[in-house]
Design a protein around this ligand. Structure first.
Ligand SMILES: C[S@@+](CC[C@H](N)C(=O)[O-])C[C@H]1O[C@@H](n2cnc3c(N)ncnc32)[C@H](O)[C@@H]1O
Length: 421
């Protein structure tokens, strides 16, 4: 574990190299609901103030991997987990990845190879109305019509190229990520060699996903709180106007070649002192199958009145479907995982308790919640006290969530860090 005194100067100011580390992470857009990238800087001094030290930590709900990145920057061995495949891929690409980059040949193939084996999954489910009839697609299987024909064609082609280029497919990648003996070895300090094929596959799709969230989801007017904007809204949105990435003949149309050329990224240059491994499991199953962490960080969906901000599978339905090549209804593991913290308050509470019961062997617990979570912060702390004698509530930051409407003061939420041991 890095010594916090090396990270913070005696006067408490950030030393320049750590500022760079956090800035690199901030520059990487990774738009993700509930991500903590804007206040990563707030964690280390609070951890130091509480005297928290660890060599191994579980980032139980890693989402975009922002906090995972911070733990790795602090020198820890961090196992990051998220039940959504597309989220776990981002963390493989941008945090687990130590040295792997896509070559120019890889990029050329992914964008230019015309794949005769490409499925029509995206054209069938996501073509905008104007293009459906013309292209001969019926309403059957339609999810959201937000793509032009050319975009949908490029999406289908790119997806097939990713599997072909790296000769691996989604089931194998998930199985590899969730290999329990390997995960346990990692926790015990035995770091496996980098699996370039799995990392390249993840990097291609993670970069595509970032591009999708940036260019296809401008603003908030998406499908009932889901990522991916209506085509007419995208056309009108200020962010899309005059954007050189769009073809002139249909002003909303994204040219994948230009969009991706601007995108390909990794963070391998950061060379952080810690190590990371990513798994893709329901958190309770993972906690019950592994042991030996010094600390666990829980940043679950916050619950609360707005269901749409807790149901990540529904919100990122397109991203998940794109990676799997099928709708989330066809994925039983999504149903199990999403039901835990994405439904009513009673179910949330039951699963919260089960999660704590499954973590009793881990000495230190850290939690993120804000002042509008499924229960009041004091009440959440009381529940944790049933398992750990010492529970402290700390104020981490005031944060304005992008998904909140309007610009009034109530958009600012108090972010708390709960420390239990
Ligand atoms: C608040 S977000 C985490 C944000 C993350 N710390 C970041 O900075 O980006 C909560 C995450 O929990 C994941 N999640 C929800 N239910 C889960 C479950 N049963 N098991 C594992 N992950 C789950 C969601 O997919 C989502 O990515």
């Amino acid at each position: 574990m890095a010594d916090y005194r090396q990270i913070y100067a005696e006067d408490g100011s950030l030393e320049i190299c750590w500022e760079d580390v956090f800035r690199a992470r901030e520059k990487l857009q990774l738009p993700y609901m509930g991500n903590k990238k804007k206040f990563l800087w707030a964690f280390p001094p609070r951890l130091k103030a509480h005297g928290i030290e660890f060599d191994t930590i579980l980032d139980a709900f890693c989402g975009s991997g922002a906090v995972t990145y911070m733990f790795k920057a602090l020198g820890a061995r961090v196992l990051a987990n998220d039940f959504l495949t597309h989220a776990h891929l981002a963390t493989i690409a941008f945090v687990e990845n130590q040295t792997t980059r896509l070559s120019d040949e890889d990029k050329e193939f992914l964008l230019e190879h015309q794949n005769p084996g490409a499925s029509k999954f995206i054209r069938r489910g996501y073509l905008a109305e104007d293009f459906r009839k013309e292209a001969g697609f019926s309403e059957e299987g339609l999810q959201f019509g937000f793509l032009t024909f050319k975009e949908a064609l490029q999406f289908d082609n790119f997806r097939a190229n990713v599997d072909d280029r790296f000769d691996i497919e989604v089931g194998q990648v998930r199985a590899r990520s969730n290999l329990l003996p390997e995960l346990q070895k990692f926790i015990d300090g035995n770091i496996p060699p980098e699996d370039h094929k799995r990392i390249k596959w993840a990097t291609a799709l993670a970069n595509f996903n970032q591009m999708f969230l940036k260019f296809f989801s401008p603003g908030r007017d998406n499908y009932g709180g889901r990522a991916g904007a209506r085509i007419d809204y995208r056309l009108k949105h200020a962010k899309s106007k005059g954007n050189w990435r769009y073809n002139a003949d249909y002003s909303t149309e994204v040219n994948l070649r230009f969009a991706m050329d601007d995108w390909w990224k990794t963070l391998v240059r950061a060379q952080l002192p810690g190590r990371c491994r990513v798994s893709c499991m329901d958190i309770i199953a993972l906690l019950q199958a592994t042991s030996g962490f010094d600390c666990v960080y829980f940043d679950p969906p916050y619950g609360g009145a707005k269901k749409s901000t807790s149901d990540y599978a529904e919100h990122y339905r397109f991203c998940e479907a794109y990676v799997h090549g099928c709708e989330i209804e066809e994925l039983p593991h999504i149903r199990t995982g999403a039901a835990r913290f994405g439904s009513d308050q009673a179910t949330y509470e039951k699963n919260f308790e089960l999660m704590l019961e499954s973590s009793v062997d881990i000495p230190i617990w850290l939690f993120s919640y804000n002042d509008r979570s499924w229960s009041g912060i004091e009440a959440i702390a009381e529940k944790i006290k049933r398992f750990k004698p010492r529970v402290d509530i700390d104020h981490l930051a005031d944060h304005r969530y992008r998904c909140s409407k309007g610009a009034n003061a109530s958009d600012f939420r108090k972010e708390f860090l709960i420390v239990a041991r």
